[in-house]
Ligand binder design. Structure first.
Ligand SMILES: Nc1ncnc2c1ncn2[C@@H]1O[C@H](COP(=O)(O)OP(=O)(O)OP(=O)(O)O)[C@@H](O)[C@H]1O
Ligand SMILES: Cc1cn([C@H]2C[C@H](O)[C@@H](COP(=O)(O)O)O2)c(=O)[nH]c1=O
Length: 547
């Protein structure tokens, strides 16, 4: 039970007013002390004791110690007398615990909420003695006092006081029930918290499991993704390697094909080159054979012509001798020699004494001795009838002396004889007069069908024996210039067309190695001294004239 002094009872209320009202100023200290004791006696008797008897815990705001401090220490009264009066007034009721809230008088004055009453209006020294009186009482009986610093926070003051009361005061049923309820609540709270904690932990564990499972799933997915990426990379690498291998194989095949093609091309080129070489060798072989054949033919022809020329010369020489013999016989006795001469040349007129030589037999294609059907015109004109030649005449005409220029006579003929003897005369051939040379150099055109006529040349009449042989027996000294300007003077007659113009040499008439062969005159008379060696190739025919 909470109660207070002065004023807890009706009498105490009226006493409080008397005591605290400032209008009571001047109240004697003993009256004041007795009034506070009277209030207390009434209070204990009517309030405290009844409460204590009911078993209540009575907490009273102020009691006997306030009178000892204020009226004993503060005033000029004896604290012991104040204490004895109050023990008497309360019949010796002493509290179990007295809590002294100690605070400085200045602090207490600052906490005033109302106008200070008559005691609060006392000076500071009064309040200082009151404070000292309390502390002395507390110090005198420390077991019953609890001195609390009231200058601290109110909650702190409360805690200190409650703590001390819990040690002194027994628990009430309500307090015991409250404590049991609190314990149950605490246990329930603890169980709830434990369950919540368990649930939280379970949830956390579940979440952790889920998180771990999610992590594991993510790791698995990541590993699967990496595995697939690795497989994809490996697949791509395998494809790349396969593609690379295929490309290399294709490249190798291409190179092999190129190498094969190159080898085939080389083989083909070699074969073609070999074929060309063989063809060329065959052509050269055939050409060599042809050239050999042509050389053989030319050599045979040359030998044949040489032989024929020698025979013709021998016959001419023999004819000349016969003519000279006939002339001598005629001078000696024309009638005796005439028959012999006439018997030989019954079909021809006898030569006159003025003739330098015997009449040259006219050679025609029909009566040309040794004529071979199918020969060319040139060949036919070169062949002369063979006059009778003594067996020994060939030896005499085989070696002819050189012709000396001074032997030529005024007419340009080479009828002079050398001092070497009779054989030399056969070396000196008559020079055709300008007119005669023209007759033989420019022949009438050869027409088809009358080719035989061009072969019958008119006899050349001159002073020398050679003038009496038909053209063709000996080569003309005068150059027979061809219409085309070439200087073929012996082997070929000029070829003229119907109008008398030189016939163009046919395209097919290619030059042959025979062109470079020495002519018959070359063989018989030797090379021309005034011609350069390099000119003897192509212009070999007809050289040696004028010798
Ligand atoms: N520890 C404290 N800290 C601050 N303020 C306090 C404290 N204790 C009390 N007070 C205030 O001081 C004033 C006086 O307090 P309180 O009434 O308890 O003193 P009292 O001495 O019992 O007064 P009264 O003589 O009128 O009974 C009140 O307003 C109260 O709130
Ligand atoms: C009990 C008692 C009190 N007093 C004084 C102390 C105070 O100033 C007042 C009481 O006022 P409160 O506000 O109730 O504290 O009275 C005293 O002088 N003697 C006493 O015995």
């Amino acid at each position: 039970m909470l109660t207070r002094e002065p004023g807890a009872t009706p009498v105490g209320k009226r006493l409080r007013s008397i005591l605290l009202d400032v209008s009571s100023a001047g109240l004697s200290h003993r009256a004041e002390a007795l009034l506070y004791a009277a209030d207390r006696a009434e209070h204990v008797d009517t309030v405290v004791r009844p409460a204590l008897e009911r078993g209540a815990v009575v907490i009273s705001d102020r009691y006997i110690d306030s009178s000892v401090a204020y009226q004993g220490a503060g005033r000029d009264l004896s604290p012991t007398e104040i204490a004895r009066i109050n023990r008497w007034a309360t019949n010796g009721l002493v509290p179990h615990l007295t809590v002294l809230l100690d605070v400085a008088p200045e602090t207490a004055r600052e906490r005033f909420t109302e106008a200070p009453d008559r005691l609060e209006s006392e000076p500071a020294e009064f309040h200082a003695r009151v404070r000292a009186g309390f502390l002395t009482l507390a110090a005198a009986d420390a077991g019953r006092y609890l001195v609390v610093d009231a200058g601290q926070e109110a909650e702190a003051v409360t805690t200190v006081i409650r703590h001390r009361l819990d040690q002194v005061l027994p628990l009430s049923e309500a307090e015991i029930e409250a404590r049991e309820e609190a314990r149950r609540k605490a246990e329930e709270e603890a169980r709830r918290k434990a369950e919540e904690e368990a649930a939280r932990k379970a949830e956390e564990e579940r979440l952790e499991r889920e998180r771990q499972e999610q992590l594991a799933k993510l790791r698995a997915e990541e590993e699967e993704r990496k595995r697939r990426e690795l497989e994809e990379a490996q697949r791509r690498e395998a494809e790349r390697q396969a593609e690379e291998a295929r490309r290399r194989a294709e490249e190798a095949a291409r190179k092999a094909e190129e190498e094969r093609a190159r080898l085939l091309a080389e083989e083909k080129a070699r074969a073609e080159e070999e074929a060309r070489r063989r063809v060329e060798e065959e052509r050269r072989r055939k050409q060599a054979e042809e050239e050999a054949r042509l050389r053989a033919e030319a050599e045979a022809l040359r030998l044949e012509k040489q032989h024929k020329a020698e025979e013709a010369l021998l016959r001419a020489e023999e004819a000349r001798r016969l003519a000279e013999a006939a002339a001598a016989a005629a001078e000696a006795g024309p009638k005796s020699s005439a028959p012999d001469s006439g018997s030989r040349r019954s079909s021809r007129p006898s030569p006159t004494p003025d003739d330098a030589t015997v009449p040259t037999p006219v050679v025609s294609p029909e009566n040309a001795p040794g004529r071979t059907p199918g020969r060319s015109e040139a060949e036919r004109t070169a062949e002369l009838p063979k006059p009778p030649v003594p067996p020994s005449a060939g030896d005499e005409t085989a070696v002819l002396p050189p012709v000396r220029p001074e032997a030529d006579d005024e007419d340009g003929r080479t009828g002079g004889r050398s001092d070497a003897g009779t054989d030399d005369r056969t070396e000196v051939l008559p020079t055709f007069p300008p007119g005669a040379a023209d007759d033989t150099a420019v022949l009438p055109p050869v027409r088809p069908g009358d080719a035989e006529e061009t072969a019958v040349l008119p006899p050349v009449r001159g002073d020398g024996p050679a003038d009496r042989v038909p053209p063709g027996y000996f080569r003309d000294d005068a150059p027979a210039t061809r219409p085309d300007g070439t200087d073929d003077r012996t082997r070929e007659l000029p070829q003229l067309d119907a109008e008398g113009r030189p016939r163009r040499r046919s395209d097919w008439a290619e030059e042959t190695p025979l062109d470079d062969l020495p002519s018959l005159a070359d063989e018989l008379l030797g090379p021309h001294e005034d011609e350069p060696d390099e000119g003897r190739g192509r212009g070999g025919k007809g050289r040696g004239r004028g010798r």
